[in-house]
Design a protein around this ligand. Structure first.
Ligand code: SF4
Ligand code: SF4
Length: 311
């Protein structure tokens, strides 16, 4: 059970991306990381993506893995999609180069690959890139996904709209009896407000049925150094200090240094969720047409994935 995996305090979760609706890529990622020892996968709340993950687990020969779907509220960066204003665009293609998802080619956005990380807008010299929020209607999307068989639902409780977060959380809480996860970061919140939000959302949950995913800097992973993962550990410490009956996961800037830094800072966590970094280190391999059939390439990617999972 997912509970046992969390209680063993060795849970590695691969985050495929709440906005990543590229089924072919998700299938490759899940297959590779399942072979590398990962047992917990975070996916976009999309039936096609769940099916792709299930196919991947079957071909990896893994039957004891768990699936989580992630949903966000309006304005949550994880459900944002980049949009280009061609009246302003000068075709410099800086956005193509900086996109970690290969979601922009010649200044055209492949919406199904965009994860809303914000890097393209930051680099655009003309301010031509903005975002639309692809927030989903939970009452429409969740029932069929629950029927398909999922083990966890994660709400990205980011931003300042407490009312919307509470409404979505209550809906999930009332309609799903598996483990729930709250992914939240300090972002625009004070430390006190972050703690208060977690306490409010977990007040009516049974002990140890909720994961709190302390998201340092959402989608900031990419570099494999201590500095990148510092905010993750700092956010986790704020949650840990409250001694709440929840499972604590680290995310938002995770890499191979996260476990080491967390241990140095006496963070007693149950798991680590890795997204941007985990995808980046294997992308040169999984984006090849001969992946996973080319055994040499597959094994190279597998060794890289294993190193992260085992870190
Ligand atoms: S970075 Fe901005 S100006 Fe350059 S191609 Fe992209 S959208 Fe156009
Ligand atoms: S850089 Fe980030 S926000 Fe921009 S298109 Fe790529 S994934 Fe989407």
């Amino acid at each position: 059970m997912l509970k046992d995996l969390l209680e063993a305090k060795k849970c590695f979760k691969l985050v495929c991306g709440a906005g990543n609706e590229d089924a072919a890529e998700v299938e490759k990622l899940v297959m590779l990381y399942a072979k590398a020892g990962c047992k917990f996968f975070d996916l976009s709340a999309n039936a096609e993506i769940i099916d792709a993950a299930k196919r991947a687990l079957e071909s990896a020969g893994v039957d004891d893995a768990y699936l989580c779907v992630s949903v966000g509220i309006k304005g949550d960066p994880h459900v944002n999609k980049a949009v280009i204003d061609y009246d302003k665009c000068i075709s410099c293609y800086s956005c193509d180069a900086v996109c970690p998802q290969n979601a922009i080619k010649y200044a055209k956005v492949k919406k199904f690959r965009c994860i809303g990380c914000g890097k393209c807008a930051k680099i655009c010299p003309k301010g031509a890139i903005s975002y639309i929020s692809e927030e989903k209607n939970l009452e429409e999307i969740l029932p069929p996904l629950i029927q398909k068989g999922i083990d966890c639902i994660e709400l990205h409780a980011m931003g300042l709209d407490d009312r919307e977060i509470e409404l979505k959380w209550n809906y999930i809480n009332e309609n799903f009896d598996g483990i729930l996860s709250i992914c939240t970061s300090r972002g625009k919140l004070s430390d006190e407000k972050l703690v208060q939000r977690i306490k409010n959302l977990t007040a009516n949950r049974k002990p140890y049925t909720t994961i709190v995913q302390a998201d340092g800097f959402p989608m900031s992973g990419g570099k494999d150094d201590f500095k990148t993962t510092l905010q993750t550990v700092a956010t986790a410490e704020i949650v840990q200090n409250e001694n709440l009956p929840v499972y604590l996961m680290l995310s938002g800037g995770t890499n191979t240094k996260t476990a080491h830094l967390a241990k140095m800072c006496s963070i007693d966590y149950h798991g680590i969720a890795a997204g941007s970094f985990a995808r980046k280190i294997v992308r040169p391999y999984i984006s090849r047409d001969d992946f996973p059939l080319n055994e040499f390439i597959f094994n190279k990617a597998l060794n890289i994935a294993k190193k992260l999972v085992e870190s």
